[in-house]
Design a protein around this ligand. Structure first.
Ligand code: FES
Ligand SMILES: [Fe+2]
Length: 427
């Protein structure tokens, strides 16, 4: 390619070329340099609790079956028959003993091993079935129930890949004695935008709230975010934003979920439940994390977590200009069923394809992608310089920390993205 990655993102990543989101050659490099070498989110262990349970997943464009084997271990296999390539698993989720390909009925165990070839009875030479199992994902690891896969055998362990992002994830995940549960199947829909646009939005862009979402987010709420909000980069490419509530805040201001629709309108029982979680928070996650009221998180390259609306999301690329967005509602695993349903309204009212905020954000990503295709403005890279150099270390919070108006979360993301693409550019 004539385009050089070093021409797309400047040294401090304060200027980023429009081509990063629109160029097919850049996308081809991303498939190798980013999606071929990163830990990619596959699902949550709560989705595959029992032997034989499975869910479908993707690693970028590669379809994956995530399953619980009869040995209780977790397996991730490419959902493509080794005979002629058809998907052998057709259901989004379920429990099974076998995956049976519809074309010639080769059948595979839930671990992905080839079990039977109907045609072989009529043949003299039997194929070696041990060599014909589904292609297994090289590495699969989980942390706090979150399961990730990587195509690259050499990748660092998941825990070190997440690094200090675990400190911030635990502020939420470890708050609940029984852990979290992914409630039901994900919403899945297609957006005509580049995969990095939703990622960047959830990674740290909380400042568009009162502007883009002015009908929903009142100016006073945004003022509080600006006053109490912090943006953190625990490791380049990962990010966390939250409000750090003052120590003397009333419990109803501090408690997770209380300002959501479920908390506001769910009645006394829900509110008591949320207060009880907050009462235990300091002993579970420590004082400073008990005072965190999360907003948005991002885990490199394409996993997002909206703490404020308790949703995990993955931005699966489908070419430079298309995203298949997956979005799950998340609740405390040991909450009573009727409370889980009430808490979920906070997700489904605002996020998912019919969510009020999601629709506004999606429209922005589509228009951003159109902007990144304006060739005539190629000499006007986007400006990512807000707050350049203002991020600092913090005495109690790992990583670099700054106000939410500082765009350093995006600069770190695009600097890592640039360096990882450069590493494969000439290979
Ligand atoms: S393509 Fe799967 S059995 Fe032939
Ligand atoms: Fe938004």
């Amino acid at each position: 390619m004539t385009l050089r990655i070093s021409d797309l993102v400047n040294a401090e990543a304060s200027l980023v070329s429009r081509r990063c989101w629109s160029d097919p050659d850049v996308y081809a490099l991303e498939k190798r340099g980013i999606f071929g070498r990163s830990w990619l989110f596959l699902g949550h262990e709560s989705q595959i609790s029992n032997p034989g349970d499975f869910v479908q997943a993707y690693m970028a464009e590669t379809p994956i079956i995530l399953s619980r084997g009869t040995d209780a271990r977790i397996y991730a296999n490419v959902n493509s028959c080794t005979h002629r390539g058809l998907p052998v698993c057709r259901a989004d989720h379920g429990n099974t003993k076998r995956f049976i390909c519809p074309y010639h009925n080769w059948s595979y165990s839930v671990e992905g091993d080839l079990v039977a070839i109907p045609q072989e009875g009529a043949l003299c030479n039997k194929p070696d079935k041990a060599q014909l199992g589904l292609k297994r994902v090289s590495r699969v690891e989980s942390w706090r129930g979150l399961v990730f896969g990587c195509f690259d055998e050499q990748i660092e362990p998941l825990e070190s890949y997440l690094g200090d992002m675990r400190f911030y994830l635990d502020a939420f995940l470890d708050r609940f004695a029984g852990g979290i549960e992914f409630l039901g199947a994900p919403h899945r829909w297609v957006i005509n935008a580049n995969w990095k646009l939703p990622v960047e939005n959830q990674l740290g862009d909380v400042n568009h709230g009162a502007f883009l979402h002015s009908a929903i987010i009142p100016r006073e709420a945004q003022d509080l975010i600006e006053e109490l909000g912090l943006s953190v980069v625990p490791r380049p490419g990962h990010g966390a934003t939250f409000r750090l509530m003052p120590e003397d805040s009333p419990v109803d201001d501090m408690a997770w979920g209380m300002e959501g629709l479920g908390g506001m309108f769910g009645g006394d029982e829900v509110q008591e439940y949320l207060r009880e979680i907050q009462a235990q928070a300091a002993s579970r996650v420590g004082d400073i994390r008990a005072r965190m009221k999360g907003l948005t998180y991002g885990i490199y390259p394409n996993l997002s977590f909206l703490w404020s609306n308790t949703s995990f999301k993955v931005s699966h690329p489908r070419g430079p200009g298309k995203v298949e967005y997956w979005s799950w509602a998340v609740v405390p695993a040991d909450a009573p069923d009727h409370i889980k349903k009430i808490l979920r309204t906070n997700y489904s009212s605002f996020f998912g394809p019919g969510g009020i905020l999601e629709q506004e954000d999606s429209e922005v990503w589509i228009q951003q992608f159109q902007g990144s295709n304006i060739d005539y403005a190629d000499d006007r890279p986007y400006y990512y310089g807000l707050g350049l150099g203002e991020e600092k270390v913090h005495p109690e919070l790992p990583g670099l920390v700054s106000v939410t108006a500082n765009e350093f979360y995006a600069r770190h993301f695009y600097a890592r993205w640039r360096d990882e693409l450069q590493a494969v550019e000439d290979t």
